[in-house]
Each structure stands twice: as structure tokens, then as C-alpha cells.
Design a protein around this ligand. Sequence first.
Ligand SMILES: [Zn+2]
Length: 227
Amino acid sequence: MTSEAAASGGKEPIAMARKLETLNSEAAVGGAKPISDAEAERAFRAILEWIGEDPDRDGLRETPGRLVRSYREYFSGYEEDPAQVLRKTFSEVEGYDEMIVLRGVTFESHCEHHMAPIIGRVWVGYIPHRRVVGISKLARLVEIFSKRLQIQERLTAQIANTIDDVLKPAGVAVVVKAAHHCMISRGVHKRGSDLVTSRMLGVFRDQPATRGEFLSLVNADTTEQRV
Ligand SMILES: [Zn+2]
């Protein structure tokens, strides 16, 4: 069973999404003093002790170091500028003005409330206006924003807003469906529920038929397959 918490786009005001985006980019600047890998390892070691483990036993000796390397990967998205990724556009589109859809891109992120995994898929659609971008660049954009501490609503808005800002298309549509491990492995322990968020801009917001065409592709992809 799928519980759809926040489907159907166009409800949240743009200002809210912009505010969320600003918050995230401020967070990305981080604290004043950089923390070294050794300091981070010591922190993970303290957590191991705190849960009642012996960080010096054989199986755990390398764990703080492994955690540091894992966290580097989980949060590698702070080091990259997502807008820059989209700037290499192809401007000759021969008047192509049909919908371009990247379907079901997988992502792994972490929620900023529990640092628990968010595992899901993203559908990105846009209708170009003079400029298109390589499809792999859209996947890259998803990757950069997901490799940060997130809430799903902001992840969704950031992907859509960045495409809107850089490519200036006729419209952008983003749907994110994801399972939140903070709901699965702790708290309410709800397995099998997805959170669905969407953001529709331009013609996807203004034209129900265009939005419907995009959403029917998303629904076709998700009727048999879970995130
Ligand atoms: Zn959470």
C-alpha cells in the first residue's frame, strides 16, 4: 500500500521553495572551522562507546574510519555546484519543443531530522525553450542534491528550480517517490509506505493536459514497481 502524502503539484508557493533552497545553500557553507577526518573518527568512536560497544574489539577497530569514508560519499553533494552542471547546454534544438522526460532515476539521500536513509526515485520532465541539456546532466543534478542532508520537499523543489533557473524552459515537472528509513526502522515502524512530492512549474503548472501527460508516465512506471 502506498500512502501519498503530498502529491499533485502547484500548491506550495514558489517563495517557500526558494526559501528552502536558500536554507540549504547556507547549510552547505557549513561551520566556521573545518573538522578533520581524525576528529570525525573520534566522534564515531564515541558513538560506538555510547551504544555500549568496545571500539577496540577486532570487528570495530576500522569502523570509525570506514564511517568517515562512507559519510564523505553520502554527503559529497556539498562540494559541487548543481547549477554549474547544467550550464553546458546545447542551444541548437531545431525548434524541438516537446516534453523530455527522465524516468525513475534512483537516488539515496539522508533526512536531516534523523540522518536516516531516504531511498527513492525521481522523474524529471521539461519542455525546452531554445536550450536542452544532456540527459545525464539531469541525473547528475539529482545526485548532487540527494547527497546532502535533505527533506524530500526541498529535494524536489531544488531539482525543479535549478532546471528552471538555468535552462529557462517552458516548464519543469519533478516527482519524487521515496521510502524514509526514519519511518521504517524507528518511530512509527511503517514499512512499505512512500512519500510522494511534486513540483510543477511553467506549462506543467498552467496546463492540466501537459501535467497529466507527465503524471501518466510517472504512474505507468510505478504501478508494477515500488521505489
Ligand atoms: Zn527522518
